[in-house]
Design a protein around this ligand. Structure first.
Ligand SMILES: Cc1cc2nc3c(=O)[nH]c(=O)nc-3n(C[C@H](O)[C@H](O)[C@H](O)COP(=O)(O)OP(=O)(O)OC[C@H]3O[C@@H](n4cnc5c(N)ncnc54)[C@H](O)[C@@H]3O)c2cc1C
Length: 557
């Protein structure tokens, strides 16, 4: 009797190979945007990082950093309070790669035009390795413009924040080779309405302040420095709070517990309490919101970059699967209904990436003093932050379903993690409504903003559909500006319409004809803005194969 008989049921058939060993940077929309916005000189670096991001070893680090969640250690073995968080070595690998490639504050020390664009493209590529560790990377990037409000502190800390060295561990900041920064605004009673913060800041008499209070969300608590909002005698003020004081003692920032989160699992988000924690004022007393808004604006850009990257990643994973998987005698991607879904996701991705890089270009030029670009950024960034971050969970859920049941399984693909990580960019740095309301604030308080936006859209006026959308947008902006706060009910529609019109205009000027035409046909003509959801309900006559062809993973060379 033989035991080696093979049963047909044991054969593995029609399973799709894992998507690994590809170059994440082989993305035409990303590379075109990088060149167009002035960061073309960094293309080789972006490609190197793209190969690393798609490498099997990196994917393993990403998995391990999420499976082995950070662990809070409040005390040492002898009962002394230490307030440390232990991370898996894979977290440190991801952080070290990000910082050594300058994804943190490095562009602030780089005079080359396009430095912020190069950094944006690299961030978009590397976040496709793992998104969670982007949190401290982004906060460090964003801390510099806020810190510059206090030149003395900036002179001390900026060189270390911009240094491309990941040097973890709680030590005196000035003795470290590189620093990371976080931010702490949100309290139990509310994160949107930070003016209601209760943390008190008392002048210590030597130029420093003593902070007492709490923060309900404080991510990446192993950062070296935090920008914190607290109530000074003059009102809400921004402070710089180091974890370790100049004499080497630990500052009185106590980590109460870590949040048990839906996603963003590799990253630690904590609740902290301050008990006479030493801090130094940043910016004018009583103008804390105005000071920290410089940080919020930069982190909002990263929310857009991160979300656009997640949309691209989800689309590529879905398209790759659908190319290989067979059903009813054909590759999934060749079934018309599936071609439509993948093409629709690809349109969303092209538009998100193109706009994200346009905003990175505006951020780069505005950091170098370009007022028109600053005005465009002022209105287009919150609009895009609202819209693109809101689209991400929808895209990832649809892309996940392209893998059928396999999409739902943890060890089959990155899809479950992508879906869990998708909503967070919309929540932080101003949740949906708050960010959309900021668009209205920009419209009513920065008159140049609407002009800059319309000028940008008008550059594509030779496209009739964009021209018609621009006319609609012009009248909506005018009505909203005239209505002021009475337009609050419509802010979500306004933010969506701004974003989609701008995306259509950018694609009309810079995208391939197939993409620009299909985007306008599906997003501008169906009810004014945005596609009919769920994805995949496309009109006839579009060049879907060439759209789908752009959502491909190419092997790393
Ligand atoms: C994973 C994670 C990490 C975080 N890390 C940090 C961190 O490091 N530092 C930090 O400071 N914060 C952090 N946050 C907090 C985050 O910034 C806040 O959750 C966010 O700003 C919203 O504040 P809230 O949760 O208090 O909600 P609320 O302010 O209570 O808002 C609840 C809802 O009401 C809406 N809303 C509020 N006001 C209005 C209005 N006027 N009109 C209409 N709708 C309104 C909001 O859009 C939101 O949908 C983190 C959050 C998460 C999930």
């Amino acid at each position: 009797m033989t035991t080696s008989r093979r049963y047909p049921t044991h054969e593995v058939l029609n399973q799709v190979s894992p998507l690994a060993g590809y170059n994440v940077a082989d993305d035409a929309a990303l590379l075109d945007g990088l060149r167009r916005e002035g960061g073309g000189w960094a293309e080789a670096e972006v490609h190197d990082l793209g190969a690393l991001a798609g490498a099997p070893a990196t994917q393993d680090h990403a998995r391990l950093a999420n499976v082995h969640k950070p662990v809070l250690r409040t005390h040492d073995s002898r009962g002394y309070r230490v307030d440390e968080v232990d991370f898996h070595p894979s977290w440190h690998y991801l952080m070290s790669t990000a910082v050594s490639h300058g994804l943190h504050a490095a562009p602030w020390a780089d005079d080359r035009p396009g430095a912020h664009v190069a950094r944006a493209a690299k961030f978009m590529v590397w976040t496709q390795a793992e998104a969670g560790h982007g949190c401290p990377v982004s906060m460090t990037y964003a801390s510099v413009p806020a810190l510059r409000q206090e030149p003395g502190l900036a002179a001390s800390y900026e060189p270390l924040l911009t240094a491309p060295v990941y040097d973890p561990g709680l030590r005196i900041p000035q003795t470290k080779a590189g620093l990371l920064a976080g931010m702490a605004m949100t309290e139990k009673q509310g994160g949107s309405d930070v003016r209601a913060n209760t943390t008190m800041a008392t002048p210590a008499g030597d130029g420093s302040y003593l902070l007492t209070g709490h923060k309900w969300f404080c991510s990446a608590p192993m950062c070296d420095l935090f920008l914190v909002l607290a109530q000074a005698p003059e009102g809400l003020t921004c402070f710089l709070l180091p974890r370790v004081l100049p004499d080497g003692s630990r500052n009185a920032m106590y980590i109460q517990r870590l949040k048990d989160k839906l996603g963003n699992t590799s990253n630690a988000s904590s609740e902290v309490e301050y008990e006479h924690a030493v801090a130094w004022r940043v910016g004018e007393p009583g103008r804390g919101v105005r000071t920290i808004i410089n940080m919020v604006s930069a982190t909002r850009l990263d929310c857009v970059l991160g979300s656009a990257a997640a949309i691209r990643q989800a689309t590529v994973v879905a398209a790759s699967y659908a190319r290989e998987r067979q059903s009813f005698g054909a590759a999934l991607i060749d079934h018309q209904a599936m071609t439509g879904v993948i093409a629709d996701l690809a349109l969303e991705s092209e538009a998100a990436t193109t706009l994200a890089l346009r905003l990175a270009g505006a951020a780069d030029r505005s950091a170098r003093g370009d007022a028109a670009e600053a005005a465009l950024l002022r209105i287009a960034l919150p609009a895009a932050k609202y819209w693109i971050c809101k689209r991400t969970p929808l895209v990832t859920a649809e892309a996940l379903e392209c893998l059928g049941g396999n999409g739902y399984v943890e060890d089959y693909s990155v899809m479950p993690r992508l879906l869990r990580d998708a909503p967070v960019n919309s929540i932080w740095e101003g949740s949906g409504n708050v960010t959309a309301l900021d668009v209205l604030r920009a419209l009513t308080r920065t008159p140049d903003a609407a002009d800059a936006l319309l000028a940008e859209v008008d550059m594509a006026a030779s496209d009739q559909r964009v021209a018609a959308a621009a006319t609609r947008l012009r009248s909506v902006l005018k009505e909203a500006a005239a209505a002021g706060q009475a337009a609050q009910r419509d802010v979500r529609r306004l933010a969506g319409q701004i974003t989609v019109t701008l995306q259509a205009a950018l694609l009309a000027r810079h995208g391939p004809g197939s993409v620009a035409g299909a985007f306008a046909a599906t997003r501008l003509e169906q009810g004014g803005y945005g596609p009919a959801t769920p994805f995949g309900s496309l009109p006839a006559g579009l060049d879907l194969p060439s759209i789908v062809a752009r959502a491909a993973a190419t092997p790393a060379g």
